[in-house]
Design a protein around this ligand. Sequence first.
Ligand code: AMP
Length: 479
Amino acid sequence: MADFSSLGLSDWLVKQCKQLGVNKPTPVQENCIPAILEGRDCMGCAKTGSGKTAAFVLPVVQKLSEDPYGIFCLVLTPTRELAYQIAEQFRVLGKPLGLRDCIVVGGMDMVSQAIELSNQPHVVVSTPGRLADHIRSSNTFSMRKIQFLILDEADRLLEQGCTDFTKDLETILGTLPAKRQTLLFSATLTDTLHELKNIAMNRPFFWESTSETRTVEELDQRYVLTPEKVKDAYLVHLIQKFTDEHDDWSIMIFTNTCKNCQILTMMLREFNFQTISLHSMMKQKQRFANLAKFKASVFKILIATDVAARGLDIPTVQVVINHNTPGLPKIYIHRVGRTARAGRHGVSITLVTQYDIHLVQSIEELIQTKLKEYPVVEKEVLKILTQVNVTRRQCEIKLESTDFDEKKEINKRKQLILEGKDPDLEAKRKAELEKIQSQKKKFKQRIQETIQQQQRVQLKKKLTKRKQMKNKKAAQKTA
Ligand code: AMP
């Protein structure tokens, strides 16, 4: 295996890596760093936790040391927390250079960001929305001379998910020079490869880890089959088990909505688990503070929505619990990638209800791995079922008495107005869609019930026939 010097990095940078305990390059680093140093565009697709960030930070810092100026490099990433994490790696590895970075994300003071931008930092790390706002509202900084554009979690930036970055990206790309190096990284790049190729034009070097599986071997991937109504009791049981057995373990729990995240946090606190949450309905400062407390192990349990699914690197996380089975298999890959990072071991447990079986099948297809059942003593879960469900209901009532839903509604309306949409029209459309979905769900449920009933009737018939045969044989014997 190569070492960092043979990849073309200077001695001072190799020394800096060693000080961080980074001695040998990981495969994504070994393959991508030389191509980037050669001046090529690069697309790197490697499993979560395999050192993607350093694969682009190291060559950029190397090139910056040869010709330092600002603004030299722009990194775009989908979440605010990731922007801070990436900026930290630039700061640490570029320390001997006196590298200056600037973080431009939503939810933070725009004026101080504008001042920092006008001071020509070497590296800007940003979420697309806020940077596009700065570009639209001021001309005190220029990115006309940047040498590197990096899209981290590139597939998320380019897909049209719940947050659509397309317009903001267009605004940003319009201010960048055509002659630049573009680097694209993600654990799930291949799904959006065609769009990505349009952005990276300069003889792109494409590297993908050769392994057939999309998750790491060190990750023990499990599932627990549970009826919807018993799910929370399973969650409490699992947390109790892990905290009893390992007092130094941190647990990350993913759930589907901000409200659920809030309710589960309240509920677990009622059971005396030190729990903290992270979701997009929280103030940004609170989000950073909670993440910092979790990273420092002040709180051992973090409940989050998918805003924390990608990229976050927290070495103490030993367990990831999916409170809901992710609807998209690639979200599963990112969520479980919060543990078993950088060669460490970890466990993921997905709570699967009767309605999620097909989701598990598509996850298994994508990751090319079968999830194994996690053994749980059902009797133990049933013992706490009533207490858990009552506590949850109490927490729901408590939350309803706050203005949580109202705040959510206001935030949504603001977002729609910013996107140039009519909130009332959108609400009408959403209501219609929900009606159709609920009808579909009921229809599916009815079909399932009919199938189960038919199976029961057939089984009953079989048993009666068997009994009759037995009786007949016995009668024949006695005759
Ligand atoms: P990333 O995939 O960039 O989030 O990195 C995951 C973790 O691996 C981080 O904690 C890095 O500090 C660590 N890391 C990155 N490169 C290496 C390396 N070559 N050897 C050991 N650890 C590394």
